[in-house]
Write a protein that binds this ligand. Structure first.
Ligand SMILES: [Cu+2]
Length: 121
């Protein structure tokens, strides 16, 4: 009886590890918050140093217009964020480097200017 309960417990734990691998690595308590405010036509990032290994809570605020944020090399692509809206993305900074970001929602004539680099030290 106790053996079968143990087996059930083990198999459900395994499923959790596989489906939530990213969340298990994420360090909720020590996450660094990086805020990026999107407006026409720029992103303004808060002054936070991100180091390799950091858990990062990226908060994208729609300050003006409708925009989105993509950082392809980190697998990040928000949907459309409307003025007054917000999206929060949590990820682990696994590799140092300069990661190109840009707006991924057509937003007018300054759309192509909405780009920059996120540095992971
Ligand atoms: Cu845009």
């Amino acid at each position: 009886m106790s053996l079968s309960l143990l087996l059930i417990g083990c198999s459900s734990e395994t499923i959790q590890v596989e489906s939530n691998n990213k969340n298990l690595e994420f360090d909720l308590e020590n996450a660094k918050e990086l805020t990026m405010d999107a407006s026409n036509w720029k992103f303004e990032a808060s002054d936070v140093t991100i180091n390799k290994g950091d858990s990062v809570r990226l908060i994208v605020n729609g300050k003006q217009g409708n925009h989105g944020l993509a950082i392809p090399e980190l697998g990040i692509a928000t949907g459309r964020i409307e003025e007054g809206g917000q999206q929060v993305i949590e990820f682990v900074a696994k590799k140092s480097g300069n990661y190109k970001y840009f707006c991924n929602v057509p937003c007018g004539h300054g759309h192509r200017d909405m780009k920059g680099f996120l540095k992971i030290e």
